[in-house]
Write a protein that binds this ligand. Structure first.
Ligand SMILES: *[C@@H]1O[C@H](CO)[C@@H](O)[C@H](O)[C@H]1NC(C)=O
Ligand SMILES: *[C@@H]1O[C@H](CO)[C@@H](O)[C@H](O)[C@H]1NC(C)=O
Ligand SMILES: *[C@@H]1O[C@H](CO)[C@@H](O)[C@H](O)[C@H]1NC(C)=O
Ligand SMILES: *[C@@H]1O[C@H](CO)[C@@H](O)[C@H](O)[C@H]1NC(C)=O
Ligand SMILES: *[C@@H]1O[C@H](CO)[C@@H](O)[C@H](O)[C@H]1NC(C)=O
Ligand SMILES: [Zn+2]
Length: 330
């Protein structure tokens, strides 16, 4: 009797394992954000992302300017759909890097960029500002150069810097995004990969308006997808860019591993806990002074070796199991 019941159940479990397309996390039902912690313990941490940034509860600060290098080099690039997002990677032969701001003198290397969106134009961003959700959010992921590779960097509490750019819906098309929107149908299916015909200028996406590049919020948080490691310096630019309703809608046709449309891929906001969010108040006259102050800050951070080591050992224990999952998205 026992034998007869266990065999069909085992068989069903096996079927289920294959029919879910090996999905390990998603945005709905039993794979949704409220279940991520079942498999990935770090997702219940106290310094998780995304958060709601309440502008009445931020600390004004004046940091040295952010400095990008190599953004205006044309790069051969390709786009992939990993079932969780649409991601753009570039030819790695010439690095794009960033330093300054909260990163101090440390150099971070561009790894990939990807998008988060929602079912309609009224939601989609991960971080919120004054409880406002934007229609879309771009994440540009950089890893600390000192750690040499992305997979090494995720084992360190200062391993990543992620730049977040918000988008609002508009009636007019944004020509900067035409070539990305136009190739989305080519990556509708999971694991599809498409080379961009024109070389990519990261500058167009990551530095759309130099006069607003120093206006941002910054805080310490986590990856917004499993394994949710708390290793990210977040830099969220204040000024949103505009995309048309149709351009935004094109992202919602991308499919997940079960063949359904990926209509939304944002994680709900997490508690701020004991964290501070800073607003950078860039002021040209303050430039010299802030650079001096910042050198001081950077020195303090480097001396904090004990803190770093204790966090690192936590992270390293779980890393072995999740490196592949992480490389899927952030
Ligand atoms: C921070 O800067 C903003 C914008 O200039 C200002 O409105 C606000 O009062 C400042 N907050 C504090 C605490 O100084
Ligand atoms: C990457 O760039 C290098 C140098 O410009 C070039 O030789 C190489 O063919 C490029 N690789 C790809 C995959 O386009
Ligand atoms: C954001 O929403 C929370 C919870 O609904 C509320 O307590 C808070 O006052 C709101 N903040 C702002 C700035 O509207
Ligand atoms: C860049 O930002 C400034 C300040 O907000 C604005 O006046 C200007 O129109 C923007 N330029 C472009 C090309 O969007
Ligand atoms: C983030 O963490 C680092 C290292 O602990 C610290 O020096 C820095 O001030 C923190 N940044 C923010 C915005 O809290
Ligand atoms: Zn992301």
């Amino acid at each position: 009797m026992i034998l007869w019941t266990t065999i069909p159940i085992g068989f069903l479990l096996l079927l289920n394992k294959f029919s879910d397309g090996n999905q390990d996390f998603g945005y709905d039902g039993s794979y949704g954000p409220s279940h991520w912690a079942d498999k990935y313990q770090s997702c219940v941490g106290k310094h998780q992302s995304p958060i709601n940034i309440d502008e009445h509860n931020v600390k004004n600060i004046s940091l040295a300017p952010l400095k990008f290098f190599g953004l205006n080099t044309p790069r051969s690039s390709f786009v992939t759909n990993n079932g969780h997002t649409v991601m753009i990677k570039t030819n790695e032969s010439e690095m794009a890097t960033v330093s300054g701001g909260p990163l101090g003198d440390d150099i971070y290397v561009f790894e990939q960029l990807h998008f988060h969106w929602g079912e309609n134009d009224y939601e989609g961003s991960e971080d919120l500002i004054n409880n406002h959700s934007f229609a879309m959010e771009l994440h540009a992921v950089f890893y600390k150069q000192e750690y040499k590779t992305m997979s090494e960097a995720i084992g360190h509490p200062d391993g990543l810097a992620v730049f977040a750019y918000f988008y609002e819906a508009d009636d007019k098309q944004n020509p900067t995004y035409d070539y990305i929107v136009e190739m989305l149908p080519n990556v509708e299916m999971v694991n599809s990969k498409h080379e961009l015909e024109e070389p990519l200028l990261l500058e167009h996406l990551l530095a759309p308006n130099v006069s607003t590049m120093q206006n941002y919020y910054t805080y310490n948080g986590s990856l917004t997808t499993p394994p949710c490691f708390e290793i990210v310096t977040w830099i969220d630019f204040k000024d949103p860019q505009l995309l048309s309703h149709e351009q935004l809608a094109a992202f919602r046709n991308v499919r997940t591993s079960d063949g359904n449309k990926l209509t939304h891929n944002f994680r709900p906001v997490q508690p701020l806990s004991d964290r501070l969010v800073y607003r950078n108040m860039f002021n040209v006259e303050d430039d010299v002074r802030s650079i001096k102050n910042h050198r001081q800050d950077a020195g303090d951070t480097r001396n904090d070796h004990n803190g770093e080591r204790s966090i690192r050992s936590d992270v390293v224990t779980s890393i072995f199991f999740v490196v592949l999952a992480l490389l899927a998205t952030i």
